[in-house]
Write a protein that binds this ligand. Structure first.
Ligand code: HEC
Length: 303
């Protein structure tokens, strides 16, 4: 069953500073090497995160479909499911890695079954296509922005909050059977046991659901970890299924919808939550920063 339409919560571009600033049509002046960040209120179908899901060009005619985006800027998307943002970078290898100093028009498409554009992981499309415009300035000396991956992001140790169950031995050295054969610690064992379809995704809840293998369905055959591709990594959704506390920009009920999609319990199980905040500050929620760190880790190991 489909949830509600996806909403675009905010759009930001790079302005002088340089900083990311909210895009206000008619008053924002972006730097010519701008990055464009789109924040959505639902988890996206990662296959809808494409270059063709937006159109950026200086032609004031707003295209109604991706095919009409002639003369568009060549953009590369990076999706972060933990923060539900899609960042578009101007392709540095293309003819013009810096925008001409002119008004630019950004169209964000609504993805339906056949049309290119954004949709949620359960197929619900964007509420409506949206168009924005902004001025571009080139103060000179700008370099193209590129997605940055910090090598230290690869050093994340998940063991602290997961290792009691997903390891070959306890911290005291006693041999145990890792849950689902998944070892999260140390990193080499993590990579050795996670680059395979997740149990929840490959077999469905009945143990042998041929529908779950349909390649056109979100999650079908989704690996535990897809190096470099957090949007296609089941482990992250297994953790996001317990957003606690839910961020203000998350659509109401979204965590429940995600829970209906993952098999078994959100991770880590409630009785194993790491103690990250005092109880008088809302109990024992998982540290939201951890989701972002895992997102970075997955991108890093894909380099
Ligand atoms: C108390 C033990 C326990 C802890 C702690 C724990 N898990 Fe699990 N995990 C399990 C069990 C049992 C399963 C299988 C049942 C299920 O999916 O609910 C599982 C399943 C999984 C799966 C699905 C694997 C597959 O192939 O489908 C992932 C991914 C996962 N855990 C990640 C984590 C992460 C990440 C953490 C730490 C943040 C964590 N787990 C902490 C017990 C645990």
């Amino acid at each position: 069953m489909r949830g509600p339409a996806v909403n675009l919560v905010s759009v930001s571009v790079t302005t002088d500073g340089p900083v990311q600033s909210p895009l206000v049509s008619g008053s924002t002046v972006a730097l010519a090497n701008t990055r464009i960040d789109l924040l959505f209120d639902r988890y996206l179908d990662p296959r809808s995160v494409l270059r063709q899901s937006v159109c950026l060009r200086s032609d004031s005619v707003i295209p109604t479909a991706a095919e009409e985006c002639t003369g568009g800027v060549f953009l590369n998307p990076v999706y972060n499911p933990a923060s539900r943002t899609v960042s578009y970078f101007i392709d540095p290898g293309n003819a013009s890695p810096i925008l001409p100093a002119a008004v630019h028009y950004l169209t964000v498409y609504r993805g339906t079954g056949d049309e290119l554009g954004f949709r949620a992981f359960d197929g619900a499309p964007l509420a409506q296509a949206q168009a924005f415009f902004f001025d571009v300035t080139d103060p000179g000396g700008l370099q193209p922005q590129v997605p940055v991956v910090d090598p230290t992001d690869c050093l994340l140790e998940l063991g602290t909050s997961c290792g009691n169950c997903h390891a070959a031995q306890t911290p005291l050295g006693e041999a145990i059977t890792p849950a689902m054969g998944l070892e999260l610690n140390p990193t080499d064992r993590f990579l050795a046991t996670s680059l395979r379809p997740a149990h929840g995704m490959s077999i469905g809840s009945t143990g042998n659901d041929p529908l779950a293998r349909r390649p056109d369905r979100f999650g079908a055959g989704m690996p535990v970890i897809a190096p470099g591709d957090p949007g296609n990594s089941y482990l992250l959704y297994k953790m996001l299924a317990r957003e606690d506390p839910a961020p203000a920009t998350l659509a109401p009920g979204e965590t429940d919808r995600l829970r209906a999609f993952i098999t078994g319990a959100p991770m880590p199980p409630s009785n194993q939550l790491p103690d990250t905040r005092p109880r008088d500050e809302g109990g024992n929620p998982i540290d939201l920063q951890l989701y972002d760190n895992i997102n970075k880790f997955i991108r890093c190991i894909g380099q």
